[in-house]
Design a protein around this ligand. Structure first.
Ligand SMILES: *[C@@H]1O[C@H](CO)[C@@H](O)[C@H](O)[C@H]1NC(C)=O
Ligand SMILES: *[C@@H]1O[C@H](CO)[C@@H](O)[C@H](O)[C@H]1NC(C)=O
Ligand SMILES: *[C@@H]1O[C@H](CO)[C@@H](O)[C@H](O)[C@H]1NC(C)=O
Length: 456
């Protein structure tokens, strides 16, 4: 009995051993099979930096002078770095960039954060300031591939939500280091140790000449020198857990925007706000999707007016924000929301306003047309009208695009494989075309010495 049990186990161990060996061989082999994607880039297309001239984005042409106004049709694919860590999935990243470029899209917003155990084995930041080089090379791939496809990136530096670590992970790190903070994520904005964590993260990532000299492993270009980076975003969707942290949040925005500009004066900086109006300026409170927004410690006007913030960011999610509403109510809300923010950009902030996330579920209507198309058209038409008049509505980024077979891992009800939805695809592509035309028509030969990425 004992003997035969042992023999059985021995057999099992042998099988397990062989299986492990095969797995290791397979992983190594398949990695090298795909390692063509980790060859250095010998050639990169020429690209100029983006800047701001009053309420408009411009491309700062460094040859022959001149400034080209730049209206943005773009998209979000937050998963680019996660899918670039290992060779096998990198082709999804290349595919979405290629598809995006083919749709005339010019800017993609994606996560440049992935913090701690919550972000899984491929986290970019393992401990405060300690990077996982393998994941970092994944981000290198994203940046180099974006440039290859002439796509500009908005890179977000931390999540306010828990996905991929976020502010809660930073607070947990501080607790583990013996800092006396409770688990409230509001400490992210106030605690000096946690603020230093964020700063050391940003320092390494920006690889600014003055501080760290890491270069992109594929293109050999420092992130701070890379024109394919359109802007840095301080934090995705900041919110306080109570309105009492409003002034702390404002102070954090001021400090961090100045910090980034001190390391990297070439790139634009935005906050990552959803755009809720707040108690501080008490302007447009009625435009908010509900009363609940006033307890989040936010104030679109005050926050966006911050000196080193080059442009305002706004999101639009009528379905999540007004859950019970019918289509008429959503249309009314969305129209006012977009108009109001463009007007504030034009008249109050005097900065471009970029709708960095707009997301609508499919929502089939009677007759087969989709609610998504109806709402998307509202945003697109307003941006286009603004662009024609060269006002502050600078563009919109669709949330979010996937390629086939990714829905389970990365999908949400707003996600879309665009080429599977011809009507939406047409809408997006036409918007790209209209805005390219508007950019082209506004092309000027202004002396560029007056224009820079810096806020005046
Ligand atoms: C931690 O902070 C709380 C609240 O600020 C304070 O009451 C407590 O005494 C502090 N604990 C230690 C060990 O310093
Ligand atoms: C939609 O909701 C609004 C209230 O938010 C209501 O006044 C209106 O009658 C509703 N419309 C339809 C078609 O149900
Ligand atoms: C911004 O653009 C306007 C209109 O094209 C131009 O006249 C002006 O000189 C530009 N501003 C700066 C500071 O260059």
């Amino acid at each position: 009995m004992m003997n035969s049990e042992w023999r059985e186990r021995k057999k099992l161990y042998t099988i397990l051993g062989i299986f492990t060996l095969i797995s290791i061989l397979y992983l190594n082999f398949s990695d090298s099979l795909f390692s063509f994607s980790s060859f250095p880039y010998l050639w990169q297309p020429k690209m100029d930096f983006a800047g701001v001239n009053r309420t408009r984005f411009v491309i700062l042409k460094d040859e022959g002078g001149g400034v080209e106004e730049f209206y943005i049709n773009g998209w979000n694919s937050y998963w680019l770095m996660a899918e670039s860590v290992w060779g096998e999935s990198r082709q999804r990243v290349s595919e979405i960039l290629e598809r995006g470029a083919a749709m005339g899209l010019s800017v993609c917003r994606t996560w440049a954060f992935s913090d701690g155990p919550a972000a899984g084995p491929n986290a970019l930041q393992l401990h405060p300031g300690v990077f996982n080089e393998r994941a970092f090379q994944g981000l290198d791939y994203v940046v180099a591939e974006a440039r290859r496809h002439r796509i500009r990136l908005i890179l977000s530096l931390v999540n306010n939500l828990e996905a991929y670590g976020g502010t809660t992970q930073y607070v947990r790190w501080a607790q583990e280091a013996g800092v006396n903070v409770s688990s409230s994520s509001d400490f992210f904005f106030t605690n000096p140790t946690i603020k230093d964590y964020y700063k050391s993260y940003v320092k390494v990532l920006l690889a600014s000449q003055a501080v760290v000299t890491r270069k992109n492993s594929l293109s050999r270009i420092r992130y701070s020198d890379e024109p394919a980076i359109f802007a840095w975003e301080l934090i995705n969707e900041p919110r306080c857990t109570s309105s009492s942290c409003a002034s702390d949040l404002q102070a954090w925005i001021t400090e961090m925007a100045a910090f980034i500009k001190s390391l990297d004066h070439k790139h634009l900086v935005t906050i990552g706000l959803e755009g809720f109006y707040g108690q501080k300026t008490r302007k447009n409170l009625g435009v908010n999707p509900g009363e609940w927004t006033t307890s989040l410690g936010l104030d679109f006007i005050q926050n966006s007016a911050t000196k080193n913030i080059d442009f305002a960011s706004v999101h639009a999610y009528p379905h999540s924000w007004i859950p019970g509403a019918n289509l008429t109510r959503r249309i009314n809300f969305l129209s006012r929301w977009v108009d109001s923010h463009i007007n504030d950009g034009e008249n109050v902030l005097k900065k471009p306003v970029l709708f960095t996330e707009v997301g609508f579920p499919l929502g089939l209507q009677q007759g087969g047309s989709s609610e998504r198309d109806t709402l998307l058209r509202i945003v697109y038409d307003r941006i286009y009208e603004s662009a024609k008049k060269r006002r502050a509505g600078a563009g919109a980024l669709y949330w979010q695009l996937l390629v086939e077979g990714m829905g389970k891992q990365y999908g949400d009800r707003f996600s879309l494989v665009a080429w599977q939805h011809p009507s939406t695809l047409k809408l997006i592509t036409e918007q790209s075309f209209r805005l390219q035309n508007a950019s082209y028509q506004s092309q000027t030969n202004t002396n560029l010495s007056h224009v820079s990425a810096k806020t005046p």
